[in-house]
Design a protein around this ligand. Structure first.
Ligand code: C2E
Ligand code: MG
Ligand code: MG
Length: 281
């Protein structure tokens, strides 16, 4: 249950069972309501090419502007969606919304960038995941090559054979796959080499340690080298300073994301700041 507390306001509550149940029941109700009333939103954070400085993509991050205007982070409500069986519906909403947004930006004459969405391990393992993804892409008229799925190490490493099959089906659609939070789980390097992936995202705990400890630097450099060997792009997340950015650039990291380069923004604000007018979609 500690997960429910990471960065969440609910840490102030006494960790007794009754309270926890109250919180999740209420939260579950609110999640259902948000689905029914379509009050979830996505914010978008830019992903920048470290060689050219150009924008290469956007990560869509789920926001839950509750009725009472209390903003709850996904670190708090995603675990509730997972434990209450709502994650499938939430995940499909996120997928469809990201696709609709991409198509809408192109229709508005903007040059949209590829969008990355986060996929819960539970959602990823649901039956017909790839089929549902294909349906949504078709319904939205989305170019699959402009969609990336961010999955965690635990989603692919527990039962790697099944995972490889799902990933292959996803990539057969033309959708790209990013391994998120890389370095925090327990990836087997043997499996990593055989999994159909496109990109490794170095976890921000290592990225933020770059300026502080040599262990983090060693991990970051090893992941960059690993990515190169396996032919995968490497993106670093959580860049909060120019020093960190310079280090990553010097050490050959491909892409970067973080508050220093751009915070997650509501869609219109993101488009205004980061999307250029273009003819191409
Ligand atoms: P993540 O996928 O690793 O996303 C990155 C998180 O780091 C985001 O937090 C983002 O706002 C934050 N971040 C970005 N740059 C910086 C930085 O420079 N410094 C710091 N300290 N933080 C930074 P957020 O939006 O609260 O999301 C937390 C996690 O919730 C995500 O981690 C992801 O695992 C999950 N999540 C978010 N949206 C979704 C979703 O639509 N579906 C699912 N299943 N999970 C989601
Ligand atoms: Mg992510
Ligand atoms: Mg991450």
């Amino acid at each position: 249950q500690a997960k429910h507390c990471s960065g969440g306001a609910y840490c102030v509550y006494a960790p007794d069972l009754e309270h926890r149940d109250d919180v999740s029941t209420t939260m579950e109700g609110r999640l259902k309501q948000a689905l029914a009333r379509n009050t979830f939103t996505l914010h978008y954070q830019p992903v920048i090419d470290l060689r050219t400085g150009a924008i290469r993509g956007a990560e869509a991050l789920l926001r839950f502007g509750a009725e009472d205007c209390e903003a709850l982070g996904p670190g708090l409500f995603i675990p509730v969606a997972e434990s209450s069986g709502l994650i499938g519906a939430v995940g499909e909403w996120v997928t469809a919304e990201a696709c609709r947004q991409h198509v809408a930006w192109a229709a508005a004459g903007l040059e949209p960038v590829p969008i990355a969405i986060n996929v819960s391990p539970i959602q990823f393992r649901q039956r017909r995941f790839a089929q549902r993804l294909a349906d949504i892409l078709r319904e939205c008229g989305m170019n699959p090559a402009s969609l990336q799925l961010e999955i965690t190490e635990s989603a692919v490493m527990d039962n790697a054979d099944d995972a490889a099959e799902i990933l292959a089906a996803v990539r057969a659609l033309g959708v790209k796959v990013v391994l998120d939070g890389f370095g925090t789980g327990c990836s087997s390097l043997v499996h990593l080499g055989s999994l159909p992936l496109d990109k490794l995202k170095i976890d921000r705990s290592f990225v933020q340690g770059i300026t502080q400890d040599s262990t983090s630097r060693a991990v970051v450099e090893a992941v960059i080298a690993l990515g190169r060997t396996l032919g995968l792009e490497v993106v670093a997340e959580g860049i909060e300073s120019g020093d960190t950015l310079a280090y990553l650039k010097t050490h050959g990291c491909d892409q970067a994301q973080g508050y220093f380069l751009g915070r997650p923004l509501p869609r219109d604000e993101f488009a205004r700041q980061f999307l250029s007018k273009g003819s191409q979609s």
